[in-house]
Design a protein around this ligand. Structure first.
Ligand code: NAP
Length: 305
């Protein structure tokens, strides 16, 4: 699979999301990770909260302990900042969360650490202090955010000029397109023109921040996959048609649609089936045409002004 540069590391164009791995057997998890690596997927996304009480990180750490050769072949990302009932970017919470992740994963270094959701009570200098401490101790190599508005990133970045925020993980799929709708509908009196995110896509492109779309195959907020859903007949028809033309699957095409955008996004795929990850990895090498991209966008129910 094609790779891309992320803060100096060569990373796969798609990443494996680990939010749903806690229910897998040891052998199924081992197969998933090994086959991902064989298919060129070398980036694994975690969060301290996935699976409840760090269960997903623990399961992944158990695998790394059983198969010590795996760690050097992958990049590990995790997130912190969500506590039950609140968001918490305090120094104490960030440091203790990272200690927990390092312990559960059984690694010395986290490659990428993201702040999971904005904490409106955050003190940028306090976050900067915690990040600096983690960086200097060799516990975290790179930093980023998730679900952040451009001005929230600016606020944080001002306090940490020497530690660039290199990632913003945001919800994006062919059915959840607010990130591009506002740019397509500028100045129009329609729902698409509503600017919900401060033009975060354009901001990230300007700043060289990699966008990682989360839930790239889901509609709504975890309402289920749109592939095969009767709620999206026109989209599924178009996905079937063009998947056939490109020799990939509709699921793969939905990801190729994201990858076609010049923002060079890195979608985080949450499937725990090696076969599905393999079909998506194959599609990641396919570049769809400009016209196919717009046809699929329109088939998802979006209108061009
Ligand atoms: N930063 C954030 O706030 C945030 C929020 C949510 C998630 N995330 C990250 O993003 C990753 C991806 O999120 P996600 O898991 O919601 O994304 P997803 O990749 O859109 O959805 C994966 C789910 O959809 C199912 N699926 C996919 N294609 C299918 C198809 N063609 N037919 C039937 N089922 C299909 C998968 O089932 P199978 O396993 O059976 O394939 C799996 O249950 C997570 O693992 C996590 O790392 C981040």
């Amino acid at each position: 699979m094609k790779a891309m540069n992320l803060a100096g590391d060569q990373v796969s164009r798609i990443a494996q999301g680990c939010m749903r791995i806690s229910g897998l057997s040891d052998s199924d998890l081992e197969r998933l990770v090994n086959e991902d690596l064989e298919n060129g997927i070398n980036f694994f996304d975690h969060a301290d909260i996935y699976g409840g009480n760090g269960a997903c990180e623990s399961r992944f750490g158990d695998l790394l302990r059983r198969c010590p050769g795996l760690r050097s072949r992958m990049l590990i990302q995790t997130k912190c900042g969500i506590r039950p009932g609140s968001y918490d970017f305090s120094r104490q919470h960030i440091l203790s969360s990272v200690e927990g992740s390092l312990k559960r994963l059984g690694v010395e270094t986290i490659d990428f650490l993201l702040l999971h959701r904005p904490d409106t009570l955050m003190e940028p200098e306090e976050v900067a202090g915690a990040f600096e401490e983690l960086y200097k101790a060799g516990k975290v190599r790179h930093f980023g955010v998730s679900n952040h508005h451009p001005l929230q990133i600016e606020l944080l970045q001002k306090a940490m000029p020497d530690l660039p925020l290199v990632i913003n993980q945001l919800q994006f799929s062919i059915t959840n397109t607010t990130m591009i709708d506002a740019g397509i509908n500028v100045n129009m009196e329609n729902a698409g023109a509503v600017n919900r995110d401060g033009m975060v896509l354009e901001y990230c492109r300007l700043k060289g921040i990699t966008i990682q779309p989360w839930s790239p195959l889901q509609y709504g907020f975890f309402e289920g996959p749109f592939i095969g859903s009767e709620k999206f007949p026109e989209l599924n028809q178009a996905l079937e048609k063009y998947a056939g033309e490109y020799g990939i699957t509709p699921t793969g095409l939905a990801i190729a649609w994201i990858l076609r955008h010049p923002a060079c996004m890195q979608p985080i795929i949450g499937s725990v089936r090696p076969e599905r990850m393999a079909e998506i990895a194959r599609a990641a090498d396919v570049t769809i045409s400009h016209d196919t991209w717009y046809e699929l966008y329109r088939a998802s129910g979006k209108k061009l002004p």
